[in-house]
Design a protein around this ligand. Structure first.
Ligand SMILES: [Zn+2]
Ligand SMILES: [Zn+2]
Length: 138
C-alpha cells in the first residue's frame, strides 16, 4: 500500500490523511457493521491514531461490541458517511472504512472476521483467512 492514505466523506466536509501505511486490515461481517454500513460488511484498515490527521466535524456513535467493550463509529453529520472507528480493545488505533479512501484500490484486506454473522448473499474472497468471530489475539 501507499505510505500516504487520503480520503473523505461523500459531501467533502470531512477529510483525512494518514502519514503511515495501515498496520492491520480486514473485512468485518459483524451485525453492527452490517447495520452501520447498510452493507454486507465493513472493509476496514487500521492506522495509528497519532498518524492520522482529520479535518472537519466527525460525530461518534458508541455501543458495546460482542466482547462487551466499547466500539465507536465516526461519521460525517452532514452526509452520514461512515469513516472511522475506535475499539476499546485496540487503544491507539483508528479504524478507517476503506470505501472512503480517495483510491479504494489501495486497500488490501488480510482477513474476513465475524463470518458466522454473514448472510448467504455476502460473497467473500475464498483466498482470505476466515474467522467466525473475532480473530484470536496474539
Ligand atoms: Zn460528509
Ligand atoms: Zn464489525
Amino acid at each position: 500500500m501507499s505510505t500516504s492514505l487520503t480520503g473523505g466523506c461523500l459531501c467533502g466536509a470531512v477529510r483525512y490523511e494518514s502519514s503511515v501505511p495501515p498496520v492491520m486490515t480486514g473485512n468485518c461481517h459483524c451485525r453492527d457493521c452490517q447495520r452501520a454500513s447498510g452493507s454486507a460488511y465493513a472493509p476496514t484498515l487500521f492506522a495509528p491514531s497519532a498518524a492520522v490527521t482529520i479535518t472537519g466535524e466527525v460525530k461518534y456513535f458508541t455501543n458495546k461490541g460482542s466482547s462487551g467493550r466499547a466500539v465507536s463509529r465516526g461519521f460525517c453529520p452532514g452526509c452520514g458517511s461512515q469513516l472511522f472507528g475506535t475499539v476499546e480493545q485496540m487503544p491507539g488505533l483508528l479504524a478507517i472504512r476503506a470505501g472512503t479512501l480517495d483510491d479504494p484500490s489501495l486497500f488490501q484486506p488480510a482477513i474476513d472476521l465475524f463470518t458466522s454473522r454473514a448472510p448467504a448473499w455476502d460473497f467473500m474472497d475464498p483466498k482470505l483467512p476466515k474467522f467466525p468471530e473475532m480473530p484470536p489475539r496474539d
